[in-house]
Design a protein around this ligand. Structure first.
Ligand SMILES: Cc1cc2nc3c(=O)[nH]c(=O)nc-3n(C[C@H](O)[C@H](O)[C@H](O)COP(=O)(O)O)c2cc1C
Length: 378
């Protein structure tokens, strides 16, 4: 009798759990990407929907653009919002469009803090933990938040989570990376407070962890279905005194202990080694983080993954899901090509006349083409 032949399963395409009850059809995620295209009134316009619909047909998870949880947290023109119930209809359409394509839909919650442009926040009042300027990100010196204001922002993350539940999302992700408010609290450069929110590494964890708890509690109270609450962060900073990989590994443990359903690591290159810290520098940051998490929760990570081989290399570092942003702009059918053995035909460059062919909203396309070197081909 012939033994039955079963072809090897491509590990990228295996169904896998993001958290309890949230099964994803594969290990590929469309990373969160600001699209600069939301109308002022917070509704969701067709160009954004068409853009995300097409890019939701392959990945297991689709993260939305970051959305402002508070008017004082808006950091981009065309940033969507989730700080009021009036945004619910738009958020609901967004979730449905993604889920109808078979992907899990995760809303990314955001507060820009001290790097928000004054023209985007009420009264130009830019706020941060300690009123410390970060000249590489913004020419503005922000104002230090009061204890009460901090509590209000934490509640806003909870309320936005409740809206995400009502809108039909499968989860929320706290955007704790790229120098935004949660990272401003984590970093010894921007957090010089000497109260319960700063002064030691543990106290600098207090605000990010409070956001996680607020989101988890809101989900527990409002969701009668599985719902994921995760955290995205940037492991290191170039600033001095800034975050180091030692800080990152301590924070990862704190996130897992506090019940983050998954850890999403934001780095621009998945192969990048630690910049500072006491660990070996000949292994990538992702290897160190995956080793510290030790499969207690899934780790999501990416950064400069363009080819199928890149994605396999990232998985081999111990990552559970690969996150991809620019590659899925350049080739919206990247996943389908891998799934059908056509990874050789994956597109690798953008060209200026392709906006409509790639289903890209005009404001998004224009931002990309004003930033030479950001995307391959630009
Ligand atoms: C246009 C654009 C917008 C982005 N917006 C966000 C965002 O809203 N939230 C976030 O966490 N990361 C954001 N990122 C970072 C990406 O999610 C990703 O981590 C980064 O681009 C590296 O991955 P890649 O090499 O696959 O592009 C953005 C990246 C791009 C290119």
């Amino acid at each position: 009798m012939n033994a039955q032949y079963s072809p090897p399963i491509n590990p990228l395409l295996e169904p896998v759990l993001l958290s309890e009850g949230i099964l994803c059809r594969n290990r590929i995620a469309l990373a969160a990407m600001t699209h600069y295209s939301a109308p002022e009134d917070g509704s969701v316009a067709e160009p954004e929907l068409a853009y995300i619909r097409r890019r939701s047909a392959g990945p297991g998870i689709v993260f939305t653009a970051c959305v402002a949880v508070s008017p004082c947290g808006k950091a981009y023109d065309g940033e969507p919002a989730a700080h009021d119930d009036r945004f619910l209809p738009g958020l609901s359409v967004w979730a449905k469009v993604i889920k109808d394509q078979g992907a899990r839909a995760i809303l990314q919650l955001h507060h820009g803090g001290g790097v928000c442009p004054p023209r985007l926040v009420p009264y130009g009042d830019v706020v941060s933990p300690s009123g410390i300027a970060t000249p590489d990100r913004s020419p503005v010196t922000p104002r230090a938040l009061s204890d009460t204001e901090i509590e209000v922002i934490i509640e806003a993350f909870g309320s936005a989570t409740t809206r995400a539940v009502k809108a039909g999302f499968d989860g929320v992700e706290i955007h704790g990376g790229y120098g935004y408010l949660p990272q401003q609290f984590l970093s010894p450069y921007t957090n010089r407070r000497q109260d319960r929110w700063g002064g030691t590494r543990e106290k600098r964890h207090a605000f990010p962890l409070a956001l996680l708890v607020a989101a988890r509690n809101a989900a527990k109270e409002s969701a009668d279905r599985p719902f994921s609450v995760g955290y995205r962060f940037t492991p290191e900073e170039a600033l001095d005194p800034g975050l180091t990989m030692d800080d990152a590994l301590a924070f990862v443990d704190a996130l897992v202990d506090q019940g983050s359903d998954y850890i999403d690591v934001l780095v621009n290159d998945f192969r990048s080694p630690p910049r500072r810290g006491s660990m070996q520098k000949d292994r990538s940051r992702l290897c160190h983080i995956a080793q510290t998490v030790a499969k207690r929760v899934p780790v999501l990570a990416g950064g400069a993954i363009y080819t199928e081989a890149d994605a396999h290399e990232a998985l081999a570092m111990g990552v559970d899901f690969v996150t991809m942003a620019r590659a899925l702009i350049i080739d919206p059918e990247w996943v389908q090509k891998v799934a059908t053995g056509q990874s050789g035909s994956i597109r690798s460059l953008l060209a200026p006349d392709e906006r409509e062919a790639l289903t890209m909203p005009a404001p998004f396309w224009n931002v990309i083409w004003k930033a030479p070197g950001w995307f391959p081909g630009v």
